[in-house]
Design a protein around this ligand. Sequence first.
Ligand code: 5AD
Ligand code: SF4
Length: 443
Amino acid sequence: MSRSQPQTYYLRSFGCQMNDHDAERIAGVLEGMGMCRVASPEEGDILVFNTCSIREKADTRLAGHLSLAGRLKKEDPGKLISVTGCLAQSRREGFFADFPFVDVLVGPQSLHELPGLLEERLASGRRSSAFAETTSSWSADLPRVRVDGPLAWVQIVAGCSNFCSYCIVPHVRGPEASRPAEAIVREVEGLVAAGVREVTLLGQNVNAYGAEPGYVGDISFPMLLEKVCSVPGVERVRFMTSHPKDVSADLIRMLAEPNQVCEHLHLPVQSGSDRILSAMRRGYGRKAYLDLVRRLRHEVPTLSLTTDLIVAFPGESEEDFEDTLTLVEECAFDAAYTFIYSPRPGTTAAALPGRLPAGLAEDRLKRLVAVVQGQALEANQALIGRRMSVLVERPSRQDPKVMMGRTRGHKPVNFAGHARSGELVDVEVLEATSTSLRGRQAI
Ligand code: 5AD
Ligand code: SF4
């Protein structure tokens, strides 16, 4: 075969679970073109970087990977380099100016165009790109290459229509679009037939499922959950991410009832200050969030609650920050992802005055992380002595005699025992850190 017919691909994905899921589709598309995956960029005929643009750090990391790819292409000009994902969509053709050796650019709504664009580049030598603004063709309907195992992601909503003032997602992934329920159910059935026992329904805001204008179906997110639960063989159902303003009584009921829906809610609060929440355009205030958490704790006593928090949003005062600390203390989160605000070009917050110095931002992050870790440790230690249902995922990376799985609350558990991947077992919790549990298989 000639050098111009690529046979191998190297794929590296950055960022969130949605991007990792898109990467499964990119792999499916490339394997559909007859290519095999390789582990290093040196070996690949095509190098694909599936990018993230949520924070500036992601840009700088990518630049390092791309400059290596550029050096490799100098040595071997037959290599093709493609940049896919959110950063490609946000920078568009500007990318070609910064990285002239890039051949193909594809935004997250245009992954189905990847084969055609690669072929065009090979045939005509022209650099090519595709940046659809809305979701008209679902990447979730493309072929997929999935790591074997009992867990799988299922995309149910693409894009986001919330336009939180700091967030680039609605600008790069377009407006909310709900995937037809029949396609979701069909995919879940196929996954179960392939050995999957737990599905995680993915969307930037899953609670808005079916709510966008023009959506043809008439089912809400809790109704979709019921449908997915009724697929024979589904043992566990998870979902993320939930927006606090869209949590309904029916959703709480689905979490509370004995069914396959795991008692875990990822409910990003971002800040505890009303002033900052309003500047972030989150659509709820501190009291509404705290009331919701109180209700959730009351109705779902075993709920594991996790969140996202941003410090040093423009204009955040010490008092605002302390409001975040006290909210976190009241909520007793099981875990939290904490971020320093990062201005994203094109978002409204990027134009706000009152940027905070990096040193102050880092100091606040440290103070917040200390509170979050203390809470997580307490929540995990409260499980010592309990017997918990664990879905076994794989042998532990440190010790292959130890297995790793997760509780229904999504906590990782390492335990000694003879369980196999995909089995549901009871584990007695013996020890806890702020990030994981240790136990032994109960008999
Ligand atoms: N700066 C810092 N964190 C951000 N996030 C989203 N945009 C930004 C930004 N510009 C965080 C939010 C969101 C999570 C996925 O990333 O906390 O919930
Ligand atoms: Fe971004 Fe807000 Fe949409 Fe989440 S809900 S993706 S933070 S705009």
